[in-house]
Design a protein around this ligand. Structure first.
Ligand SMILES: [Zn+2]
Length: 72
């Protein structure tokens, strides 16, 4: 089974999977493909709203994880 839950995207140049995090997508200005070194610039103005929504989801998930580890 492939792990489909990892966040990331497929490189448009070499078509391999670039693993990234939503936090990284929000904070970085570009993503670099580790396989072919292609730099994908993030269009912040266009994607900002979508990333903000995704960022909320990510933060909520982290909160859940923190809560569950704290509980033991
Ligand atoms: Zn690539």
């Amino acid at each position: 089974m492939n792990e489909q839950r990892r966040p990331g995207l497929n490189c448009p140049k070499c078509n391999r999977f670039i693993e990234t995090t939503i936090t990284e997508l929000i904070s970085a200005s570009y993503i670099e493909c580790k396989h072919c070194r292609l730099r994908l610039e993030i269009n912040k103005q266009e994607s900002k709203r979508a990333l903000e929504i995704l960022g909320d989801v990510e933060r909520a998930k982290q909160r859940v994880q923190e809560a569950s580890t704290f509980r033991r």
